[in-house]
Design a protein around this ligand. Sequence first.
Ligand code: XIL
Length: 388
Amino acid sequence: MITRRQFTRFGAAAAVAAAVQPADSLLADWTHRIQGSSALPGSFGDVAGARSLRAHAWRHGLIFGSAVIVRNVEDDPEFAELIAEQCVIVVPTSELKWVALRPAPDKYDFSRPDFLLAFAQSHRMLMRGHTLCWHNSVPEWIQSPANRPHTRQIFIDHITTVCKHYAGRLHSWDVVNEAILPADGQPGGLRKSFWYEQIGPDYIELAFRTARAADPHARLTYNDYGVEYDSEEDAERRSLILEMLRKLQKNNVPLDAVGIQSHLKAVQHYAFGKGLADYIEAIRQMGLDVYLTELDVNEDDIATNDPAERDAIIARTYTDYLRVALANRAVKLVLTWDLSDRFTWLNNGPTHHRKQPNRPQRSLPFDRNYRPKQAFFALRDSFDRRRR
Ligand code: XIL
């Protein structure tokens, strides 16, 4: 087993703080650096090396990064170093959601996401925002009888304030997250969320228009799950999402990219295949980019307890998925949902993802001690196999 120290080519000292740059110019900077990758200065040194996922991704036209719980970057220098070494982009897992940002009607708490943006900029990394609108993060105060009638205005004010706060400094925003749920029986398969019920189905286009007006630079993304497999259920979700996207485009709603969450399962009856490939191609033909936004592998259903065997199955799942997803040039961005098993939401998040609470999941490229696992090499090799 390789130790973390042996693996790391650059210590914290190599992380040279840079002047604050807007997201667009940072992205241009990365492009420029990689094109002349033989003579790279200090903080870009490992772009040319063999050890970082970001280097392997970038050479094949991909931005690689990870979601992080901001507190972990603040508290754990070794983890912060791993993130800076492996990622071009970071996204806070929950710190930009309504419940975290809006403890009270008149209060915005930007402290944690601001910390992450400063960290990203000091390492010349990008940050993306997640998310301006999600059914699962609706503060209780908005739902009070006094505030309910003002939901539309509160929604507009929130998106405006948050987007303006970061204007020009984020790579992209997940503007609307998980708006489709056919089981709710609404027209177009729209989820019966708080926003849907209070504002109406046009809350989606309202969110995109408001975000664009407040930050013309961030790439605006629609993000959803349940589209990855060749199952009937995923096929239905794909066609409903495409229908919704076409409607948005027809109404000239500003939209730049579509996020495929990519929460995969190690044991799954269905394959990754034509359904996913056609979905990505349909999005490409609409002139939109595709981002794989929350990649990880839920391994709860693997029968064996042997870590090496489990790691091999997990790695194969990444490989099988990326073989299909990365074949299309529309895919520009890959983010794992955290980078180390120590912090995966599958061990710490909602309990329906934890069928085996006594067997912590090994879902991510790095183990609990930040050592690369088979999944790391699966990602690296998948990036390398992509045609330039
Ligand atoms: C998750 C976070 O990672 C957890 O910490 C939190 O408890 C619940 O939310 N899809 C999404 C993300 O779009 O926002 C979710 O993040 C994971 C599923």
